[in-house]
Design a protein around this ligand. Structure first.
Ligand code: ADP
Ligand code: MG
Ligand code: MG
Length: 893
C-alpha cells in the first residue's frame, strides 16, 4: 500500500491539485490550486489534507510525527520558488496558516498570519523592508498567535492597542509609527507574560503550533454550532493551507480587499465589495477603518482594478458561478488569495442563475441546480426589511419551525385569535402547545409561537402546511392564561407583554421579537421565477401534488403548480365550525347505531363533507384528489379532561337524552394508553363502518354533482393505517357498496380509485398482496418512520433526538429528512413488491418528507410517481424533484 499523501502544493502557474479535490483539500485549498492552474498570481504554498485532520484527532489532538518532515520538505519547495528562507534573518519567508473545509464555513475556524518572525528576524526584516512595516507584521503575529494558538483573550491585545492610540492621540493604527509599534510589541509581551505565555522564538515551532491550532479549530464550539445549524455532516475535517505571506500593509500602494463578482443581495451584474489601503487580512472585515467601495479602486489604482476585473470575470466563467474573492495588493502587484461560490439571497440566486444562463456561462439544467430550495423558500415568504435592525428587541429564540416573517398582536387562545381576526386585526397566537382544536385560531393567526414541542409538533406541522411562520419550543416564555400575559427576561430584566401587544416572529431564524417590525413583500417579478420554474418542470420526472384540506388551500396549491391533491385530511373539516364539531361529538357519544341521534349526526356530517369535497373538486378540476378516510383517534375531537369535558358531557347527555354518567363513561372509555398505536386509521372504519360509509358517500355524491355540472373529477379514496389484506378488503367492501348506492340513487357512475397508505411496516412487507387490492399506494412516512424506528413523533425531540443529533448519533432528525437507510429500505421493499404484483400501481408519498429536498432525491431514485407536500412547499418540491432528476442523469452518464 502506498503511503498516504498528506501535502499538495500550489504555486503560480502550477499546482498538484484542482477544484474537484475539495473533499481532500478543502474548498480554500482546492480553489487556490485551481486559481494557480489558471495562471493567476497566487502566493505559493501547500495544503495539508483533510485526512490529516482525521489523523490529528485519531492521534489524540497531536500532529502525526511524520508530518513535520513533510512540512519541512514542502516549505523548502516554497523557499526555492520565492528565493526566501523560513527562519532566516536576512531573507525571511513569512507564511500564513489558514483553515478551509470542503464546505465553506466563513470565519468559523482560525487563521494565523505573519508566522516566521521573532525578535531577531524582525530586525532583519526591518532592515530589508523598513521598520514600520516590519513592526506592524510582528505585532499582528503576536496578536493573532496569542489569540488563536495560546488562547489569550483578544480583548487583552485590543486594550493595549486602544490605550496606545489614546496616548498618541491617533484614531487609526496606520497612524502609529515604527517606534509606537515597538512600544506596542513591548506591551503585547507584557500581555503574554501576564498569561504565563510567550511567543515561541523558533519559527518552526510557531508553524507547527499554528497548524495544530487550525486543526483544533475544527472542533471549537462556534464551528460545531455552525455545522449543526447548517446541517453540515459527513466531513473529514478541515485542511490546513500554509501560504507565503503577501503584504497589503506595505504602504499606500498596497492594500487588501474582498469582492463578489455579482451583487449578493440583488444579483446585479457588478463587482461588489470593499478595499482597504495599507492594511492586512481581517482589517476589512473587522471594521478597523472604513474601507472604500471596490469601484473606487478604479480611480486609485486603475491598472490593478482592471486586472482584478479581468481575473474575476475569468474566474466566474471558469467556475461557472458567482465568486466571492479575497485579494491583496503588495506595492502595486495583485495577488489572489481565495475564491469560492458566493453566498447570496434568494432574490440574487434567481437573477444570477438566469443571467449566467443568458450569458452562455451555464445551461438551463445548471441554472436549475444553482437556485437552492431555501432560496426559493425565501422568495416565497414576506421578509423583514432588515434582519439586523431588530437585534436588540429579540425576546427569545426557539426552534425555527416554519420559515418566514410575521407581525401581529399577541393572543393566547385560538378563540381570541379568531375574534381579533374577525375585527380585522393581525394576530400572533402564543400557546403552551397547540392541539387540533386550535386549528381555527392557528389559521387566523399570522404566525404561531409555542413554549413546548419540537419541529414535528402539531403547531409546527400545521404551520408549515400553511406556510405560516412558526417558532416552537420557546421554553423561556411564560404564559399566564388568567392574566393573559407573557413574561420573559430581557437584558436581565423581567418583561411582561399583554394581550394585544405587538410582536414579530422570524420563523426562519426562530426569533421572537418585541414590537411590530417592518415587513416587505417578497421581491419576485413573476416573469423571472416563472421562467426558471418552466425549466424546472421540464427537467423533473416526479409529479408534485399537495396536501390540502380546504378549497382555499386547493386554489393556492394549484397556483403554485400542484398537479393534484395527494392528501386531503378529513379530520380538520370537523373542527372548522361550531356546528361541525358539535355534530361530530354527538356522533361519537351516541352508542346506538340505529338511533335517530346517530343517523341525524351522520347525515349532518355527510352534508358538511359533501360541501367541502365539492369545493375541492371544483378547485382541482381535471386533477386527481386523494381523500384520506378519518384517521385520528376519536378522543382527539374531545376537550381535555376537566371543566370543559364535564360541561360537554352534560350538554351531550341533554341532546341525546342519556344520563351524564353514561355519556361520561362512553367518552372516557375512548382514552387509550398508547393512542398512536390504538383505535385509529382503518381500525376506526372497521369498528365503525358507518363512518367509512358516510365519508365514501359524501365523496362520491360530491364527485357526481361536480361531474354533472361539467367538471372533471378524479376521486381517489385512501384508506389509512392498513396492515392486513383483510382490513383492506373490509374497507373496499364498504366503499364499493356506498358507490353502488350513490350510482343507483343518481343514475351516474363516476369512476374512482381506492388505494391505501403504507405507514406501518407490516403493510410495506405485505405490499404484494395489498397491491392486488389497491389502485395506489401512498407512503405515510411520518407514521412509517415512527413505527419502523419505534420513535414517538410527539415526545422524541425533546427527550432524546436533540441529544442524538448534537452528538452525531443521528445525522439528522428522521422526521425532517427520511432515514434512507432504514425507513427508506421499507419504502424500497414496498415499491418492489407492490410493482411486482401490479406493474401500473401508482406510487406516491404524502408525509412531511414530501417537501424535504433530500428526501425527494430518494423518492426520485426509488421510482415513486409523485410526492405530495403542503401547498406552499409545492414550488420547492418541484425544484427539488428537478434537481434530483438532473443529478441522477448526470451520474448515469
Ligand atoms: P477565513 O476563512 O476566515 O476567510 P482566511 O484563511 O481566508 O480566513 O484568512 C483571512 C484573511 O487573511 C484573508 O482574507 C487574507 O486577507 C489574509 N491572508 C491569509 N493568508 C494570507 C497570505 N498568505 N498573505 C496575505 N494575506 C493573507
Ligand atoms: Mg477567507
Ligand atoms: Mg398516518
Amino acid at each position: 500500500m502506498a503511503p498516504i499523501r498528506r501535502i499538495y502544493g500550489f504555486a503560480r502557474g502550477s499546482s498538484d491539485g484542482n477544484k474537484s479535490m475539495k473533499e481532500l483539500l478543502g474548498g480554500k485549498g482546492a480553489y487556490l490550486c485551481e486559481m494557480a492552474r489558471c495562471g493567476l498570481n497566487v502566493p505559493p504554498g501547500f495544503t495539508i489534507t483533510t485526512e490529516v485532520c482525521e489523523e490529528f484527532y485519531a492521534n489524540g489532538g497531536m500532529l502525526p510525527e511524520a508530518l513535520k518532515t513533510e512540512v519541512k520538505a514542502a516549505v523548502a519547495v516554497v523557499e526555492a520558488d520565492m528565493g526566501l528562507k523560513f527562519g532566516d534573518v536576512n531573507t525571511p519567508l513569512l507564511v500564513s496558516v489558514r483553515s478551509g473545509a470542503a464546505v465553506s464555513m466563513p470565519g468559523m475556524m482560525d487563521t494565523v498570519l505573519n508566522l516566521g518572525l521573532n525578535d531577531a528576524i524582525v530586525e532583519g526584516f526591518a532592515a530589508k523592508y523598513g521598520a514600520r512595516f516590519a513592526m506592524d507584521c510582528y505585532r499582528r503575529l503576536m496578536q493573532m498567535f496569542g489569540d488563536v494558538v495560546l488562547e489569550i483573550p483578544h480583548e487583552a491585545f485590543e486594550a493595549k492597542l486602544a490605550a496606545l492610540k489614546g496616548r498618541k492621540g491617533v484614531q487609526y493604527d496606520v497612524q502609529l509609527d515604527a517606534d509606537d509599534l515597538r512600544e506596542l510589541i513591548a506591551a503585547y509581551k507584557q500581555v503574554y507574560a501576564e498569561h504565563k505565555q510567550e511567543l515561541p522564538q523558533d519559527p518552526w515551532q510557531q508553524l507547527y503550533l499554528g497548524i495544530n491550532a487550525v486543526f483544533k479549530s475544527w472542533n471549537i464550539p462556534r464551528a460545531i454550532k455552525y455545522r449543526e445549524i447548517n446541517k453540515i455532516t459527513g466531513l473529514k475535517g478541515t485542511a490546513v493551507n500554509v501560504q507565503t505571506m503577501v503584504y497589503g500593509n506595505m504602504g499606500e500602494s498596497s492594500g487588501t480587499g474582498v469582492c463578489f463578482t455579482r451583487n449578493p443581495a440583488n444579483g446585479a451584474s457588478e463587482l461588489f465589495g470593499e478595499f482597504l489601503i495599507n492594511a492586512q487580512g481581517e482589517d476589512v472585515v473587522a471594521g478597523i477603518r472604513t474601507p472604500m467601495p471596490i469601484k473606487l479602486m478604479a480611480d486609485v489604482m486603475p491598472p490593478i482594478y482592471a486586472e482584478l476585473v479581468a481575473n474575476t470575470t475569468m474566474l466566474e466563467k471558469h467556475m461557472k458561478d458567482m465568486q466571492d474573492v479575497e485579494f491583496t495588493v503588495q506595492e502595486g502587484r495583485l495577488f489572489m488569495l481565495q475564491c469560492r461560490s458566493g453566498k447570496r439571497t434568494g432574490t440574487a440566486a434567481l437573477r444570477i442563475a438566469l443571467e449566467l444562463q443568458a450569458e452562455g456561462i451555464i445551461d438551463r439544467d445548471e441554472a436549475v441546480l444553482m437556485v437552492e430550495p431555501r432560496h426559493l423558500d425565501q422568495l416565497l415568504h414576506p421578509q423583514f426589511e432588515s434582519d439586523k435592525g431588530y437585534a436588540k428587541d429579540v425576546i427569545t429564540r426557539g426552534l425555527a419551525a416554519s420559515p418566514g416573517a410575521a407581525v401581529g398582536r399577541l393572543v393566547f387562545s385560538a378563540a381570541e385569535a379568531e375574534e381579533w381576526k374577525a375585527r380585522g386585526e393581525r394576530v400572533i397566537l402564543c400557546r403552551h402547545e397547540t392541539s387540533p382544536e386550535d386549528v381555527g385560531g392557528m389559521h387566523a393567526a399570522e404566525g404561531i409561537v409555542t413554549c413546548r414541542g419540537g419541529m414535528t409538533s402539531h403547531a409546527a406541522v400545521v404551520a408549515r402546511g400553511w406556510g405560516k411562520p412558526c417558532v416552537c419550543g420557546c421554553e423561556h416564555l411564560h404564559i399566564d392564561l388568567k392574566t393573559k400575559t407573557l413574561t420573559f427576561e430581557l437584558h436581565g430584566a423581567e418583561v411582561r407583554l399583554r394581550e394585544g401587544d405587538w410582536v414579530s416572529l422570524n420563523g426562519t431564524s426562530g426569533e421572537v421579537i418585541n414590537g411590530a417590525q417592518p415587513l416587505k413583500a417578497p421581491e419576485v417579478t413573476g416573469g423571472d421565477l416563472g421562467k426558471l420554474m418552466a425549466w424546472v418542470d421540464k427537467a423533473r420526472r416526479l409529479r408534485v401534488l399537495a396536501n390540502v384540506d380546504t378549497p382555499e388551500d386547493a386554489a393556492i396549491a394549484r397556483a403554485n403548480g400542484a398537479q393534484g391533491i395527494g392528501l386531503c385530511r378529513t379530520e380538520h373539516m370537523f373542527f372548522s365550525t361550531h356546528e361541525r364539531i358539535a355534530a361530530m361529538r354527538r356522533m361519537i357519544a351516541e352508542e346506538e347505531l340505529a338511533s335517530s341521534h346517530k343517523l341525524e349526526a351522520l347525515e349532518a356530517l355527510k352534508a358538511f363533507q359533501r360541501e367541502d369535497f365539492e369545493g375541492i373538486f371544483k378547485a382541482m378540476d381535471g386533477l386527481p384528489v386523494t381523500i384520506r378516510l378519518l384517521d385520528p383517534p376519536l378522543h382527539e375531537f374531545l376537550p381535555q379532561e376537566g371543566p370543559a369535558m364535564a360541561a360537554l358531557c352534560r350538554q351531550l347527555a341533554g341532546e341525546l337524552g342519556a344520563s351524564v354518567e353514561r355519556v361520561e363513561a362512553r367518552l372516557n372509555g375512548l382514552r387509550e394508553v398508547n393512542p398512536m398505536m390504538g383505535l385509529r386509521g382503518c381500525r376506526l372504519g372497521i369498528v365503525h363502518p358507518e363512518i367509512t360509509d358516510m365519508q365514501a358517500t359524501a365523496i362520491l355524491e360530491a364527485a357526481t354533482r361536480v361531474a354533472a355540472a361539467g367538471g372533471h373529477v378524479h376521486p381517489h379514496i385512501m384508506v389509512p393505517l392498513v396492515a392486513t389484506t383483510d382490513e383492506m378488503d373490509h374497507q373496499l367492501h364498504v366503499i364499493h357498496a356506498a358507490a353502488k348506492r350513490v350510482a343507483a340513487a343518481t343514475g351516474e357512475k363516476v369512476p374512482y380509485k381506492v388505494g391505501t397508505m403504507i405507514e406501518v411496516p407490516r403493510a410495506a412487507l405485505q405490499a404484494g398482496p395489498l397491491a392486488e387490492r389497491a389502485d395506489f399506494f401512498s407512503f405515510g412516512t411520518n407514521d412509517l418512520t415512527q413505527m419502523t424506528y419505534g420513535i414517538s413523533r410527539d415526545d422524541a425531540q425533546a427527550k432524546f433526538l436533540t441529544t442524538y443529533t448534537h452528538n452525531g448519533i443521528l445525522q439528522s432528525d428522521p422526521f425532517d429528512t427520511l432515514d434512507v437507510v432504514g425507513v427508506g429500505e421499507m419504502v424500497r421493499i414496498a415499491v418492489e413488491r407492490g410493482r411486482a404484483a401490479k406493474p401500473d400501481l401508482e406510487l406516491g408519498i404524502c408525509g412531511e418528507h414530501g417537501g424535504d429536498p433530500n428526501s425527494i432525491a430518494f423518492f426520485n431514485k426509488v421510482g415513486l410517481d409523485y410526492v405530495s407536500c403542503s401547498p406552499l412547499r409545492v414550488p420547492i418540491a418541484r425544484l427539488a424533484a428537478a434537481q434530483a432528476a438532473i443529478k441522477a442523469a448526470a451520474k448515469a452518464k
